[in-house]
Design a protein around this ligand. Sequence first.
Ligand SMILES: *Cc1c(COP(=O)(O)O)cnc(C)c1O
Length: 811
Amino acid sequence: MLMDKDEFKAIFVNNLQTMFGKGIEEASINNKYMALSRVIRDCISKNWMETNKQYSETGVKQVYYFSMEFLLGKALDMHLVNGGVKEIYREALEELGIDLNELEKQEADPGLGNGGLGRLAACFMESMAAVGIPGHGCGIRYTYGLFEQKIVDHNQVELPDNWLQDGYAWEFRKADKAVEVKFGGTINSSQQGERWVFTHENYEAVLAVPYDVPLAGYHNNTVNTLRLWNAESLHDTFDLASFNRGEYLEAMEYRSSVGLISKILYPQDNFYEGRLLRLKQQYFFVSAGLQSIIRRYKKRYSSMKQLPKRVAVHINDTHPAIAVPELMRLLMDQEELSWDDAWKITTETISYTNHTIMPEALETWPVEMFKSLLPRMYMIVHEINERVCRSLWDAYPGDWERIRSMAVIADNMVHMARLAVVGSHSVNGVAQIHTDILKEHIMSNFHKFYPKKFNNKTNGITHRRWLLKANPELAGIITDCIGSGWITDPQKLEEFGRFDTDKIIQEKVRKVKHNNKKILAKYIKEKTGVTIDARSIFDVHIKRIHSYKRQILNVFHIMDLYNRLKENPSLAITPRTFIFAGKAAPGYYIAKQTIKLISVLASLINKDKDIKGKLKVIFLENYSVSLGELLFPAADVSEQISTASKEASGTGNMKFMLNGAVTIGTLDGANVEIHDAVGDDNIFIFGLTSQQVFDYYNHGGYDAWQVYSSDIRIKTVLEQLVNGFLPYQREEFRPLYNSLLADNDEFFVLRDFDAYAKAQVELDKRYKQKNKWIEMSIHNIAQAGIFSSDRTICEYSRDIWHTKPVVITKP
Ligand SMILES: *Cc1c(COP(=O)(O)O)cnc(C)c1O
């Protein structure tokens, strides 16, 4: 990075001139943002070329992380922090009369993901570059990211996220590296000597053009690559004269249908939508990614047999599981390897992460659809299935039921999770409890058959974005106490624990939290018009809106608190501000009703003078990485209250902890490990365990009506949904009411209510002991090091990818 202030100013001003033909006075804020980005981009690109050169020369193993989603967040500020130039550039810009914060607001937040899975991919990218792992991302350059959410008359409204409209400063189009991806058509087979040759005819070809985004490490010279593929029509230049009218229209139709492939991100989290276009997207980026990996590999190596020594391909959930047959195709049809050699290379190259046990999220494609869109893929999957079933038959002769439950093709469906398990050498869950459930329940048959494949890799988050960048004042206190080593070695955060009872440090931590709360309060005032008190407890529940995440449980607790306050306005509770944010999938009715309920309840409670401002409810629009960076640092309480066994890991829980919020949560996902790390006294755990949840599901016995009729608080709150208590159409929330009673409350909201309410009482008590609370807060921060994605990435490298960090020397 450029460290000299005057040199920086000269280049910045020069960029304005060459990019826009403008001086500082005429240039718009966006011009200035682009000119600043260009300064950084140019510095990074030198290291980028050097990194690629050194990777090539040393032949070090490369990791390719295939993911349908990368929820990156803004890049500019992260580059300034990681490059160690933020303060220098801020001052330099100030001397030019420019406010860096204003420029940062210009940047679009690329929402190329739905939630945790996409954000995990982004955290992994950041950590790989920081740690020095040669790791690259492969995904789709969606023209429209996840929709922008607005709340209009209490309803979620979805607006298109046209994030590319002003251009994206951090991408490099690499037209010369484009590849072809083929859809449909027919496969002809013929024998040539010993070999079977497969030729693909009458297919529709699409051009995949890569846009590369640099991923720079922290204070090192490593710059890895995120390669996002854009779908374009193959024949850019038409010989228009030779086209009659009909052909012209056909050609245009083709062009516009091709563009569709990388147009939109499917907006569902933890839910499978079996559309043809989705399968097209999956094959599109997987085929393009694998082709470009093989092309690069072949520049240096002649034998494909060494591929697993030089390349690891990791698939983030089953969305890219078609990598298994596609790599087989490339090795057999293009590189002329035998099935057995290709299979060995494929399984040794590919590894797979499972992200959910929710049955509605499992991907299965109808055979007919799969076969007609991807005929060669189907042939290979069919052969894989035959071979898997044969070996299962050998192990379990006559056990049809077991074989059917493990077959890659069964009941006329292609089962992508089964394909991913058989086609990879490693299958991991994302938190210990989740991996245990995979091994013992969901994938127990596979675990028995391939015991060594299964392993756990508890998720993590990059502490550089979520603490160093998002909460610079807290980061400053920590560095003052223990030095800056924690930035590259997050386990060192533990040393901050020594200051948990230090009165001076406690006071500093309290002040920073208070300051962050004031910043958030100002934002909330601007966005919603509601005044909130920074001295109240900020109780924050932010994540996708989902029945299993149980925002409704939180809402019921708020309604009960409100009822008690109405009855007894002098009830001695600490004033609380309940803050929600999160998007609902556009077609997910109950999730949208949940948002509406929160919004309606907020309008009732926030203007009620009787409760003397002891309770406020806020729903913030458009949860995104940027909004998260404002919310996590300002939270006192982290709501992690999913039905036990349902949340594979969670990563929001880790961001809160790292910023000193205390968790109230169930023993689900990574909450279990957070509980282990901080101990009983520094977390509020409540509710059913996953074992109890499984017992209810397997043996029946849960009766929501019984809980309803025996707990007056629950009865009251539920009736308030439908008795005109809420200032909205009376029948509006009947479906929600029914889901909890008539449909017997699938996620045990009523069952866990009492335990949750008790945990909240405990929490309130503890908050009143000011020093105790700060002590807990410091303890949470100090124990957050193991939840850094640096740790996660090192474990993947050591156990799955078998890669080592490399130091990139200066150009
Ligand atoms: C971290 C994060 C998530 C994941 O949150 P969970 O609470 O783990 O579901 C989702 N969206 C965004 C924008 C995030 O930053």
